[in-house]
Design a protein around this ligand. Structure first.
Ligand code: HPA
Length: 288
């Protein structure tokens, strides 16, 4: 009889990773974790008294391969308006298109949980599919993700369930925590702009989408398209970690303007929005 063979990490692997990180950061419990997407990595430079831990030094951690993304955890203090928070930032994330299994792309989130983290901000660069009923999403917009669509069949929690992390079957309806979304909108308004909202659709990439795929996603109710974030969010839901997801619209999705989509354009626009993005995230973290 055939047996189910799983390559998935075991609970003790996560424990080893967490124990190592905990030791490096002096046993302190971070207030919040943030996963930084393409071009947004320099947020970590805002952290003071930083402790930098390259992924390759962490037992059982995957190692980031995309050349422009660093592969390191940065633990440090973020101060704004007299409030200081202890932040654990992931500078460089793992993508399915790089060859990682879906569970590996979400692996750090299990480690966050073991470090006592219950709130996480995830960020990404995304294509704008058009509109969210009343407002058009354009390059340069910051968008708060209200929900996600993952048509790709593989889940990060497929395979033997790790009971210590949560139930086999779990709810996805409140992972994008309404109170975090409200706070982000409030902070944006104080900073003088309206934070848009939208549904993020995951496509596994690395190729950008075809116009037909984007038309299909639009019919399904998606406003944004990208190649990251959903696995981390699914694992967070199982772990009971609440998520704030902020997308930076770097381009109009395929077929909308007819212009070719290039990685350079994505990185350039992400770089242009960096200051606004950093200010928003800083405001949210210090008030969360
Ligand atoms: N599609 C998928 N991923 C992306 C895009 C896009 O148009 N822009 C930035 N990341």
């Amino acid at each position: 009889m055939a047996e189910l063979i799983s390559e998935k990490a075991a609970f003790r692997d996560y424990q080893e990773s967490a124990a190592y990180i905990s030791k490096r950061i002096g046993g302190v419990k971070p207030d919040i974790a943030i996963i930084l997407g393409s071009g947004l990595g320099n947020f970590a430079e805002r952290l003071s008294d930083a402790i930098v831990i390259p992924y390759r030094e962490i037992p059982n951690f995957p190692t980031s391969t995309v050349s422009y993304q660093k592969g390191e955890l940065v633990f440090g203090l973020l101060t704004d308006n007299g409030v200081t928070k202890k932040v654990l930032a992931m500078n460089g994330r793992f993508h399915y298109y790089e060859g990682w299994e879906m569970w590996q792309t979400a692996y750090p989130v299990g480690v966050f949980r073991l470090l006592g983290i219950d709130t996480m901000i995830v960020t990404n660069a995304a294509g704008g599919i058009g509109y969210n009923d009343t407002r058009t999403l354009r390059p340069g917009d910051l968008v708060c993700v209200t929900d996600q669509i993952k048509l790709a069949p593989i889940s990060p929690v497929r395979g033997p369930n790790i009971a210590e992390f949560g139930p086999r079957f779990f709810d996805m309806q409140s992972v994008f925590a309404p109170e975090l979304r409200r706070l982000a909108a409030e902070v944006a308004a104080e900073q003088g702009f309206a934070l848009k909202e939208g549904v993020y659709a995951y496509m596994s990439g690395p190729q950008y989408e075809t116009p037909a795929e984007i038309r299909a996603l639009k019919i399904l109710g998606a406003n944004l398209v990208g190649m990251s974030t959903v696995a981390e969010t699914i694992f967070a839901a199982q772990l009971g970690i609440r998520v704030l997801c902020i997308s930076c619209v770097t381009n109009m999705a395929a077929g909308i303007t007819g212009a070719a989509i290039t990685e350079q354009e994505v990185l350039d626009v992400a770089a242009e929005i960096r200051e606004k993005f950093t200010a928003l995230v800083t405001g949210v973290i210090t008030r969360v």
